[in-house]
Ligand binder design. Structure first.
Ligand SMILES: [Zn+2]
Length: 331
């Protein structure tokens, strides 16, 4: 792919876009129905993408796993593809072999009583580590700051799921509450500045493809600003919101996309089997599904579903990345 053809992949590859409400409708009955406003604010939108021929990844190392997350890991989680762990020579070798960098756009955000606060970044970092081990490239540290819906109420500031009304399945700005552990919000201008500088820093290292995925409102920034950034810094910007739709279309996936519901919980159960604490629900019988949007994870989440979803999303991403890398070699 020539430099002048640089573009935001999702917008230029003929992928269809559709709302997740349509996707959710095909799943099991959700206990909390997401409004289109919440879906939009959380960036629950969809794009599809598509691709070939894996580049051989260097052997995985499993050292210091506990230091990375404080818990046991699956095969997908190793340090060998993490930027901050590499020597300059390892970094250069990997980028020369496959000029791809992955950025998990995370948060420190309430994800139900049962999931880790870093769920958004953790689930996509695990996917990206898996991808880097399969097609090559380097995974950046998780971003934990991001934009979101924000409101002031009685002189206090609330954002994101602080404003979610579990009964109505909608935003309720009259009764917000500060959810424990949520500490990620930054304003749009600051997020824009941070993202642009990350892209500039990555591009100056000779990276040709940047894959971004994670927190919904952070993804929204990519949909909006990706094409201009791609052109300005001469780098392909890839976002795989569409792979989620692919998994939703698959008859073996019985759940819809969500926030801390069955979808995210299943992915976490797959990637981090010891880090999801379903027994926490018993400690909160009055409000078990506080700020959970989507199908009830107590009923529908499972490690098996997470494995299926992760497999579908990985296959799609591998196909797209291999096609891009193959095009780059030809250009
Ligand atoms: Zn999430």
């Amino acid at each position: 792919m020539s430099q002048s053809e640089s573009h935001l992949l999702c917008c230029n590859s003929g992928f269809s876009r559709r709302g997740f409400l349509a996707g959710c409708a095909g799943g099991l009955g959700a206990t909390t129905v997401l409004s289109s406003e919440i879906l939009a604010a959380k960036g629950i939108t969809a794009e599809n993408t598509s691709t070939v021929e894996p580049i051989k990844a260097e052997p995985m190392k499993m050292r210091e796993q506990g230091a990375l997350t404080g818990g046991p890991q699956t095969h997908a989680y190793t340090d060998s593809v993490l930027w901050e762990y590499m020597t300059p020579a390892t970094f250069r070798r990997r980028i020369n072999a496959a000029p791809v960098v992955y950025l998990p756009m995370g948060t420190l955000e309430w994800h139900g009583w049962h999931n880790p606060l870093g769920t958004d970044g953790l689930e996509f970092r695990a996917l990206m580590v898996d991808l880097a081990n399969t097609v090559g490239g380097v995974v950046m540290p998780m971003l934990f700051l991001g934009p979101d819906l924000v409101r002031e109420h009685e002189e206090k500031m609330y954002y994101g799921m602080d404003l979610h009304d579990p009964k109505a399945g909608n935003w309720d700005t009259s009764t917000p509450r500060k959810l424990d552990g949520s500490a990620y919000w930054i304003n749009d201008d600051l997020f824009h500045a941070i993202m642009e500088q990350i892209i500039a820093n990555v591009a100056r290292q000779g990276v040709k493809i940047l894959m971004l995925q994670g927190h919904g409102p952070s993804q929204n920034w990519v949909w909006k600003n990706g094409p201009a950034m791609s052109k300005k810094y001469n780098i392909e910007i890839l976002i795989l919101g569409g792979s989620q739709v692919d998994s939703l279309k698959d008859p073996s996936v019985k759940i819809g996309y969500d926030h801390a519901g069955s979808y995210e919980t299943s992915l976490m159960m797959h990637y981090y089997p010891t880090m999801v604490h379903l027994d926490e629900f018993d400690n909160h019988p009055d409000e078990p599904l506080l700020a959970v949007a989507g199908a009830d994870p107590r009923v529908h989440a499972s490690r098996e579903q997470g494995k299926i979803i992760a497999g579908i999303e990985k296959a799609k991403a591998v196909e797209i990345l291999n096609k891009l890398l193959s095009d780059l070699k030809k250009s």
